[in-house]
Write a protein that binds this ligand. Structure first.
Ligand code: LRH
Length: 492
């Protein structure tokens, strides 16, 4: 049986990977060919993404795959949401894209609601949760500052589209990534021109919108010559990493909720169309675009970011933990030492995360964690309790019964957190695949190549190839009591 080979570039806010996916009949295998760091670049008081370094790493990934002497069918790129690059009329990138954790947008959405459009009206138009860093508020901030990039741009490209452009010289606006901007009408799936008008941003700044699965273009001749490789098509996959991940949920029916667990925890359900009503407005629920016309009705929760930032601080102090060590420490620590709200603004981008946790505890009248193990345990327990808080909202919103929670992405490897989550929500947890974004990326390319034709067919292939871990709820009483305490603390 013939094999097909696909390259997935899966870029997150802390690292990126080149994955080679091989599909032989129904059998999918993944090989991580390269892994590289992706860190915000702090320059003159701003935070940026080093897109040129990312491009260099894509090239290294292509060169490494070339060593394997396989005939690649196509390439796809998925990245985190909302951020974008500017291109001038000569086709050159202007400067570096801002990173969404740049504090420049703090307070800007409130100003936008007061001066430009009330919050509920904006939500009604877009169905996107209000978050400081949405592209719309980034653009509002840049416009006000007469930012050089925006002023001189002839095109705005979202991150995966910008990287595809560097590989192909062709510009598109892929739908799922564009949906994170809060500039689209969720019904028409197009840019809301009225919104662009009030923002003072030209609609001509955006390249043509394409659906996931469309071909962007072929690798440029220059690149192929430089790397001594054959030119292959770059596919606009579901460019938003979360959209790729959700497409990879190994679900057989619709009775599930998902949690895409990485630096962020994205929890939600899949719907056939947008859900914009009083409840979703009240709970600030997002309607991001999915594959095959689906909507990802979800909520952003601060996820592994908090623990990642603690590890970074401890590393500077000379202590490093492997993932299993970290889990072991947490397991041995005192349960429910204190509670935090992972979404507290104090955790967005502090210089010192453990200190931010101690400050939160002081502010809410709790004793701070004492040991690294306690810090980690508090973060995991509070995340699990946050998941319950948010899942309860989706239980209200879903027309289908939610019978289980599918946890996908890197965080699904954390067995302790999976068990805590199952306990907190009182539902079975199905964990895996941990490589969900890459798998979604690859299967979308397989769909573009005509190997499968629907989202369900993609999922059927994925189901055959992943062996998830199962967790059943336990200790209901203890976790219910903890939940009441958590709620009383986060209200303070
Ligand atoms: C996760 C993610 C999330 C966005 C955030 C900016 O990587 O794409 O879905 O909200 O990054």
């Amino acid at each position: 049986m013939d094999s097909k080979y696909f390259i997935a570039f899966d870029l997150g806010a802390t690292s990126g990977r080149t994955i080679l996916g091989t599909l032989t009949g129904d059998k999918l295998t993944l090989e991580e060919v390269t892994r590289f760091p992706n860190q915000m670049l702090q320059l003159n008081g701003h935070f940026y993404w080093n897109i040129f370094s990312l491009y260099e790493n894509l090239k290294k990934g292509l060169a490494a795959v070339a060593q394997k002497k396989v005939s690649v069918t196509s390439i796809g790129i998925d990245t985190w949401g909302v951020d974008f690059a500017f291109v001038n009329e000569e086709g050159a990138l202007i400067g570096l894209p801002y990173a969404y954790r740049d504090p420049q947008t703090i307070g800007k959405k409130e100003e936008f609601f007061e001066k430009v459009m009330p919050a509920d009206e904006l939500y009604g138009k877009t169905g996107i949760q209000h978050m400081d860093f949405n592209s719309i508020f980034q653009l509002y901030t840049l416009k006000q500052r007469k930012d050089f990039g925006l002023t001189h741009a002839s095109r705005l490209l979202f991150m995966p589209d910008a990287l595809s452009y560097l590989l192909t010289g062709k510009m598109v606006t892929e739908y799922t990534i564009a949906s994170t901007s809060q500039l689209l009408n969720p019904e028409t799936r197009k840019l809301d021109e009225k919104l662009l008008e009030v923002l003072g941003v030209s609609k001509f700044l955006f390249a043509d919108m394409v659906e996931p699965g469309a071909k962007v273009g072929m690798l440029t001749e220059d690149l192929c010559e430089e790397l001594q490789i054959e030119s292959v098509p770059v596919i606009a996959v579901a460019g938003h990493d979360t959209a790729s991940a959700v497409a990879a949920v190994p679900a057989a029916n619709k009775n599930f909720a998902y949690l895409s667990s990485g630096t962020w925890s994205l929890m939600g359900i899949e719907t056939d169309g947008p859900v914009v009503n009083e409840k979703t407005t009240h709970y600030n629920i997002t309607n991001e675009g999915g594959v095959d016309g689906t909507i990802r009705l979800l909520k952003n929760i601060t996820g592994m970011w908090i623990v990642e930032q603690c590890l970074k601080k401890w590393h500077k102090e000379g202590t490093d933990y492997t993932y299993p060590q970290m889990v072991e420490l947490a397991q041995a620590a005192r349960p429910f030492a204190c509670f935090i709200n992972p979404d507290d603004s104090g955790f967005t981008n502090p210089q010192d995360m453990p200190k931010a946790i101690c400050e939160y505890c002081a502010r809410t009248g709790q004793n701070a964690p004492q040991t690294h193990g306690e810090f980690i345990r508090v973060i995991f327990e509070s995340l699990a309790l946050k998941y319950r808080e948010v899942l309860d909202v989706f239980r209200e919103l879903s027309v289908n019964p939610i019978e289980k929670l599918h946890i996908i992405g890197g965080g699904s490897r954390n067995k302790l957190l999976n068990q805590f989550t199952s306990n907190a929500i009182g539902l079975p947890v199905v964990a895996g695949p941990s490589e969900a974004s890459s798998i979604g990326n690859i299967m979308l390319q397989a769909k573009a190549a005509g190997v499968v034709s629907t989202l369900q067919e993609m999922r059927n292939v994925i189901s055959v190839n992943v062996e998830p871990d199962y967790f059943s709820p336990a200790d209901a009483e203890v976790w219910n009591e903890a939940y009441q305490k958590y709620i009383s603390i986060i209200k303070k």
